[in-house]
Every structure is written in structure tokens, then in C-alpha cells.
Design a protein around this ligand. Structure first.
Ligand SMILES: CC(C)[C@H](C(=O)O)[C@@H](O)C(=O)O
Ligand code: SF4
Length: 473
């Protein structure tokens, strides 16, 4: 029978299925970070258990790590809770072991969803879990990847399996050539704008179509990263030659005969012709414009040449309330053109957009505009997703472009994506951010977040307000 990519990955990992559909799924890769692992390790310790398969664990510290003053070492971590989470991860990995550990200050440290693919820990065909909702990112490799809760983290550590129920299949097809100036981020924001943040609930989304195939692996990761913001726990892209080319030669990738065998199998990881999807959504890539969120949910998004919505034009009372609440929080007037919105800060980073291609995209825009960060912008920061990305960007001279224009070039980590470290918005501050969540208080209490692509963020930094980057393409 013709199967979807999701069906294939599921079938390959099911150990047992109960009559009610609850299944036991074998887990190949367990990514671990400092926020959601302490209680799980503690649980193992209390029960006198070990990791079921040490070689499946890859760990890093990312959410709490500072992005400045690494020369001060652990003393540079000012918040005591942050420091404790980071040192606890160090001691847990020392006690329990891991296939690879990239601790704070190490060269390959970085955001878990950046270092997984980068180190070859994420491979096609795997089941990948992590106590983190943006684990969906890894689906870009044709891997079944999703976030799990802390008690599930302990379950996977102890048994290498997870209790799960199969989701339905949703195909999101994006066909056509993306206009110049538009990026993977604009594709995924446009998808969420269309289907809403609950559109993917209960589904695993396969992203397909020529516009997805045309994306680099970095772009596909950006799209899958936000599958969770569309309500789906997992997003997928079929394996192709780009997937194999990205994976080849990574530190944890197979080599020699094992590579050949794996690659033969990986090439089968696509939906069969005629496979059944429970729902299909289609988007015309040629119609996509640079996207900017105006509200407090990723679905509250419009194209840059659009306007802040007017609640008076909304007939549905609940939706009208939601718009009004969001506008009050965001401090925005109805009908205001998006390109008239001035900003206070710019954050280029996060597991959505902190890979080398994102750094290049932002730096290219800065170079093209040839000016400094606008006077009204108090802080424009670029936070590479990992030490490896940072090093590569520096080899290419991207840091120099940013610094010359007045951007701060920081150390890797989650940073101002969710403000668990010292990087945050002050109440009322407005930020152009390349991250994935614009919830109230996400980047600091009272902070106002607008989600955009790296090119859009860079152009906003220079102009002091949002601008349509298509004019520079
Ligand atoms: C801290 C972690 C549990 C959380 C997540 O699950 O996604 C964080 O990474 C986020 O982006 O909100
Ligand atoms: S960068 Fe942001 S979204 Fe990604 S894992 Fe870190 S906090 Fe979560």
C-alpha cells in the first residue's frame, strides 16, 4: 500500500501497538538541554537506573548561557538559577554519559536544534526527541522528530521508548518560485497565517512542493522549526540529494559501507505516489510576500505591504476581542501601515534563523544598504546558533560587516528568543526578531515582538522601522 513519509517512519519504529492505538515507539536520538533534563536525571538516580542507550544522547547547554563575556567563564553567568541549570547538566552528563556533549564554553556549543544537524546527530529516518517543542526542526531531514515533556524525557532515558499515538497526515504543498527577497521564514509565516496556530493540531505535516524542494537544508529547518507554531508536533520534508549532501561528513554521520547502506535506505524516505493524506493545504509561492507579525501569536501576521488589522472589520466577536487585546499589548493603532512601525531593538538569532545561511542573508542586506543601525534602535544583536556557525561566519567576514554597521556580535545560544539569560526586552520595547514566538512577555515582561526573516530584521535595524526588502532584491 502506498504510504506517506510519516507512515514509513512510524512503521519503522513501532515496537508494539495497544488496541486503543497507543503505541510504543523506539527512539534513536535523544537530544538533551539544561532546562528540561534535571528532573529526569534525578528520577533515574532515585530509581537507581542508567541510561538505556548512552550512545543515543547528545547534550548541550543553550537556553541559559550568556552571550557576552565568555572570558569570565562560569562566573559570567549572573543569574544563580541559570548557573545551577548549566552546572547540573555538566554533572549529570559526567555521571550518566552521552554520545556527545557540548557544554557551555565549548567550541561546538549552541542551540540544541542547530547543533543536532550540524554534528550529524540528526540523520534521516531517525526518531528524534528532545524536551523542547522546536524539536520539529529536525524533520527537515526526513526524521520523525518532536518535543516531549520532562516525564517523557525520563521515560526515554530509562527505556529508549516513548508512548505515542499516531497523528493524522497533513500535506502542505507550496508550489512555484519564491519571489526575490522572500525566504523560508516568509513561507512558514504565510502557512501559519493561512491555517492558523491550530491548523496542524493532531497532524504531522509534510511540507512538499517545488518551493520546499528549492530550499536549502537551512531553509527547510526554518520551515519545520515552526510546524509546532502551526499546531503540529512534527513537520517533515522528504529526503533528497540536498539532504544527503548536508549530512555527509558530519562528525556523527556514518562513513564507508555504513554510509552507502544508510544512503540507499534514506533515498526511500519520501511519500509514495498516491499515498493518502487526511488533509491537503496548497500555497502559491509566487504570491508570498515578506511577512511581519503584528500581534501576540504567530498567526497574527500580514505581508509588509499590509496594515495592522482593524477589529471593527472583524465580524466574529471572539476574534475581534483577540485582535483588540493584541493591539493593546502591542501598542498599535488599527490600519497602521506595517512599514510605519518603528522598533527599539533587533534580534537576529534563535533555532529558527541562526544558521550560517541566515547570518549570510542578514549580512548581505546590511552590506547592500551600506549604512549604520538607525539612531532609534537601541540594540541590534546577532546571535549565531552555535560556535561552529560563529566560526564559519567569522571566516567569511560576516561579523565584521555587522560590527561596522553597529550590530553587536554575540556568543551562541537561545538568547533573546525567550529571555532566560540576561538578553531581554524592557517593558514596552518593540523588537524585530527572527525567532518563532511572539507571545506576551516572550522576550521579556511587557516586550513587543514582531517575527520576521533575517533580511527583514537587518533592513529594519538600518531603517529604524520595517521596510519591504523586495525593493533591495
Ligand atoms: C524551554 C523549553 C521547554 C521551551 C520549548 O519547549 O520550546 C523553549 O525552548 C521555547 O522555545 O519555548
Ligand atoms: S532558540 Fe528559542 S525556540 Fe529555539 S529552543 Fe531556544 S528558546 Fe526554544
Amino acid at each position: 500500500m502506498a504510504r506517506t513519509l510519516y507512515d514509513k517512519l512510524w512503521d519503522e519504529h513501532v515496537v508494539h501497538t495497544e488496541e486503543d492505538g497507543t503505541a510504543i515507539l523506539y527512539i534513536d536520538r535523544h537530544l538533551v538541554h539544561e532546562v528540561t533534563s534535571p528532573q529526569a536525571f534525578e528520577g533515574l538516580r532515585e530509581a537507581g537506573r542508567k541510561l538505556w542507550r548512552i550512545s543515543s544522547v547528545v547534550a548541550t547547554a543553550d537556553h541559559n548561557t550568556p552571550t557576552t563575556h565568555w572570558e569570565r567563564g562560569y562566573d559570567g553567568i549572573e543569574d544563580p538559577i541559570s548557573k545551577e541549570q548549566i552546572t547540573t547538566l555538566d554533572s549529570n552528563i559526567k555521571e550518566f554519559g552521552a554520545a556527545a556533549f557540548f557544554p557551555f564554553l565549548s567550541k561546538r556549543q549552541g542551540i540544541v536544534h542547530v547543533i543536532g544537524p550540524e554534528s550529524g546527530a540528526t540523520l534521516p529516518g531517525m526518531t528524534v526527541v528532545c524536551g523542547d517543542s522546536h524539536t520539529s526542526t529536525h524533520g527537515a531531514f526526513g526524521a520523525l522528530a518532536h518535543g516531549i515533556g520532562t516525564s517523557e524525557v525520563e521515560h526515554v532515558m530509562a527505556t529508549q521508548t516513548l508512548l505515542a499515538k499516531k497523528a493524522k497526515n497533513l500535506l502542505v504543498k507550496v508550489e512555484g518560485k519564491l519571489p526575490a527577497g522572500c525566504t523560508a521564514k516568509d513561507i512558514v509565516l504565510a502557512i501559519i497565517g493561512k491555517i492558523g496556530t491550530a491548523g496542524g493540531t493532531g497532524y504531522t505535516i509534510e511540507f512538499a512542493g517545488s518551493a520546499i524542494r528549492d530550499l536549502s537544508m537551512e531553509g527547510r529547518m526554518t520551515v519545520c522549526n515552526m510546524a509546532i507554531e502551526a499546531g503540529a508536533r512534527a513537520g517533515l520534508v522528504a529526503v533528497d540529494e540536498k539532504t544527503l549532501a548536508y549530512v555527509k561528513g558530519r562528525p556523527l554521520s556514518p562513513t564507508g559501507v555504513e554510509w552507502d547502506q544508510a544512503a540507499d535506505y534514506w533515498k526511500t524516505l519520501h511519500s509514495d505516489p498516491g499515498a493518502h493524506f487526511d488533509a491537503v493545504v496548497e500555497l502559491d509561492a509566487t504570491q508570498i510576500r515578506p511577512q511581519v507579525t503584528w500581534g501576540t501569536s504567530p498567526e497574527m501576521v500580514v505581508p509588509i505591504d499590509g496594515r495592522v488589522p482593524d477589529p471593527d472589520k472583524e465580524k466574529d466577536a471572539n476574534k475581534r476581542d483577540a485582535i483588540e487585546r493584541a493591539l493593546t499589548y502591542m501598542g498599535l493603532e488599527p490600519n497602521k501601515p506595517m512599514n510605519d512601525i518603528f522598533i527599539d531593538k533587533v534580534f537576529i538569532g534563535s533555532c529558527t534563523n541562526s544558521r550560517i545561511e541566515d547570518m549570510r542573508e542578514a549580512a548581505a542586506m546590511v552590506k547592500k544598504l551600506g549604512q549604520k543601525v538607525a539612531k532609534n534602535v537601541k540594540l541590534a544583536m546577532v546571535v549565531p546558533g552555535s560556535g561552529v556557525v560563529k566560526e564559519q561566519a567569522e571566516r567569511e567576514g560576516l561579523d565584521a560587516i555587522f560590527k561596522a554597521a553597529g550590530f553587536e556580535w554575540r556568543e551562541p545560544g537561545c538568547s533573546m528568543c525567550l529571555a532566560m539569560n540576561a538578553d531581554r526586552l524592557e517593558p514596552g520595547e518593540r523588537c524585530a526578531s527572527t525567532s518563532n514566538r511572539n507571545f506576551e512577555g516572550r522576550q521579556g515582561a511587557g516586550g513587543r515582538t514582531h517575527l520576521v526573516s533575517p533580511a527583514m530584521a537587518a533592513a529594519a535595524a538600518i531603517n529604524g522601522h520595517f521596510v519591504d526588502v523586495r525593493q533591495f532584491a
